[in-house]
Design a binder for this molecule. Structure first.
Ligand code: PLP
Length: 491
């Protein structure tokens, strides 16, 4: 493709994307394709000869787009949202053009410096404790995902624990190594039973044990200080070494917010336990001051992560990780062969983000964040959060109007409504009918929502954070869910 062909194709792609968004509401939210459909229409081998853009685009339109799930659609009510926005798309476009994997500052100073600046802006706007700002010992770094943020911090926590809590007790290198080897198999990470599975996966990767602490409906499924204290004590009695905790600000199933201040208190005699906040979805709400009270106690935490790519108008990927002490990451991840050394790095005056993450190379993700921050401003971002929250509350109220058909399972938070369909016949359980309703809705493909269990009870989760969502679309979604539920209760 020569530059003029690119110009033509890129202009046409903008028309395509604008038309896509203009028709998003009319599109069927999930695709009709069957598993393996693409193999049947694409060749078995890659093309030997260059092909024309028109041909490529034709096939994209005929074969790829029909296999897409439309996450931006107001009819997409599943999992959590994965926002995009026009300024964010533009950021990706430019970033792809520069393709500057800025692992060291010198690789592209603007890439590194913009990242530090936008993450500081975001931390201040979210009201994060000042320890997470880059001007003292902490700072932010963009990771690909909340899962990556957990693995990264867990590995740093493991190394810090082995160094500070184990090796430091012994005078000789040999003794240190023996003690570290003995401790490795005893390390244990904690979460609640509501925490996202990312922490369990991180424990697998880091080679440590993992304990999920039970939560209860009377605590709104939040992890409490006493529950953590008990779990730590029990683990220690078994000879385990607690070194890491993930607490959540908005769990996946029910958007529970753990009791950060209590958790900090429960660990005050355990300075080596790394406390991480997973605010992957709910953290976006902190852009509005009325939600910042949720941060009470986070000043005692070691790290905090929020995905702008869920609810804050930036497309995947943009997971914003903050740490209290950047040295903890650098100590764990800095490996510097001669070919990565340079004057700027050696001066100590610059950030080399390769030392704050698992991969070496990295994308220019700060650009799309900067574009979004500037194009929306704080006001626009707050409007987006408040508007979509309002739509979530509108849906929840509609559900409440039909207490004869639905029961709300957990207190609605961050726009998420979790409910069950009530049985109408003897012998039928709420679990049976709720599952039947969810399955039928997803099979009919009018809406897309998630069925999940809370405390063993089958529930339907409905949430929208799409900039394209409206009260009207949510009312229509409710009427459809009600119709299906009533029909299923009759059959
Ligand atoms: N944490 C929570 C609370 C989530 O809900 C999710 C995904 O929905 C994740 C972590 C994982 O996010 P990611 O896909 O960025 O790894």
């Amino acid at each position: 493709m020569d530059p003029e062909e690119y110009r033509r194709a890129a202009y046409a792609s903008v028309d395509y994307i604008v038309d896509y968004f203009k028709t998003i509401t009319e599109r069927q939210v999930v695709s009709n394709v069957e598993p393996g459909y693409l193999r049947q229409v694409l060749p078995n081998e890659m093309p030997q000869e260059p092909e024309s853009w028109d041909d490529i685009h034709n096939d994209f339109d005929r074969h790829i787009v029909p296999g897409l799930t439309h996450w931006q659609s107001p009819k997409f009510l599943a999992w959590f949202p994965a926002n995009t926005s026009f300024p964010s798309i533009l950021g990706e476009h430019y970033s792809a053009a520069f393709s500057a994997p800025a692992f060291n500052w010198i690789c592209s100073p603007a890439v590194t410096e913009l990242e530090t600046i936008v993450l500081d802006w975001l931390a201040k706007q979210m009201g994060l404790p000042s320890q997470f700002l880059s001007d003292v010992e902490g700072g932010g770094v963009i990771q690909g995902s909340a899962s990556e943020a957990v693995v990264t911090t867990m590995v740093a926590a493991r190394d810090r624990y082995l160094r500070d809590a184990i090796a430091s007790k012994y005078p000789t290198e040999e003794e240190k190594e023996t003690a570290i080897a003995a401790a490795r198999g005893k390390l244990v990470a904690f979460t609640s039973d509501q925490t996202h599975s990312a922490t369990q996966k991180a424990a697998l990767i880091a080679g440590v044990k993992f304990i999920a602490i039970k939560t209860f409906p009377e605590d709104d499924y939040a992890l409490t200080g006493p529950a953590l204290a008990k779990a730590i004590q029990e683990a220690e009695e078994k000879g385990l070494l607690p070194f890491y905790l993930t607490a959540s600000l908005g769990t996946t199933a029910v958007c529970a917010v753990d009791k950060f201040a209590e958790l900090a208190d429960a660990t005050k005699d355990y300075p080596h336990i790394w406390k991480h906040v997973d605010a992957a979805y709910g953290g976006a709400a902190l852009i509005c001051p009325e939600f910042q009270h949720y941060l009470d106690g986070v000043e005692y935490f070691d790290s905090f992560d929020m995905n702008m790519h869920k609810w804050l108008l930036v497309n995947f990927d943009a997971s914003c990780l903050y740490v209290r002490r950047r040295k903890d990451l650098i100590d764990a991840f800095s490996v510097t062969p001669p070919y990565l050394r340079n004057e700027a790095s050696d001066s100590g005056l610059v950030i080399d983000y390769r030392d704050w993450q698992i991969p070496l190379g990295r994308r220019f993700r700060a650009l799309k964040i900067w574009f979004v921050m500037r194009a929306y401003g704080v006001k626009g971002m707050q409007e987006h959060i408040r508007k979509t929250l309002g739509i979530g509350i509108h849906f929840m109220k509609l559900i409440q109007t039909r207490a004869d058909v639905f029961s709300i399972a957990t207190p609605p938070r961050f726009g998420l409504t979790v409910f069950q369909v009530l049985p109408s016949k003897s012998g039928e359980t709420a679990n049976d009918i709720t599952k039947r309703v969810a399955d039928r809705i997803n099979n009919e493909k009018v809406l897309f929502l998630t069925a999940s269990t809370v405390d063993g009870n089958m529930c339907i989760r409905v949430v929208t954070g799409s900039p394209w969502a409206t009260d009207k679309a949510m009312t229509e979604a409710f009427e459809y869910i009600l119709k299906v539920s009533e029909e299923e209760r009759r059959t």
